[in-house]
Design a protein around this ligand. Structure first.
Ligand code: CA
Length: 136
């Protein structure tokens, strides 16, 4: 073994460097992808047309707080969610909510809604969103 190491010192050193380089490269690419990956709130913010909003800014801020309050913690206040969703009139009302919601506990508004609501409840939300060209 000692003899093998002595004879192949260069090979072992360069091989080791190559392995470390490849591992760093793989993890580096994964990390960069994570950092630059756009989530639903980034996309909504980019697509949002502020001239096509139905309400004033405070309505969106209040609605985002109410939606979060309806979903966080145990259980879900579905009626509170529907009350807000039913007031959405334009695609931009929805995009504004998604953009403003951002990420809470690392999840976007569509992610929160789909994890809190059952499929028939998601269908109620989509009944409002789908005609506008959106959905969860
Ligand atoms: Ca909940």
């Amino acid at each position: 073994m000692k003899e093998f190491v002595a004879k192949n010192k260069e090979l072992i050193v360069y091989g080791g460097i190559a392995v470390v380089f490849i591992v760093v490269l793989i993890f580096g690419i994964k990390l960069l992808k994570k950092i630059f990956k756009k989530d639903a709130s980034d996309i909504a913010a980019a697509e949002l047309n502020n001239r096509n909003l139905t309400y004033n800014n405070s309505w969106y801020a209040t609605s985002v707080d109410s939606l979060y309050a309806a979903m966080k913690g145990p259980g879900t206040d579905e009626e509170a969610i529907y009350r807000i969703i039913d007031q959405i009139r334009t695609i931009d009302d929805w995009l504004k909510l998604v953009a403003l919601f951002g990420k809470k506990d690392n999840e976007t508004l569509p992610q929160w809604l789909t994890s809190e609501l059952g499929s028939s409840e998601c269908a109620k939300v989509n009944a409002v969103l789908n005609p506008l060209g959106a959905g969860i």
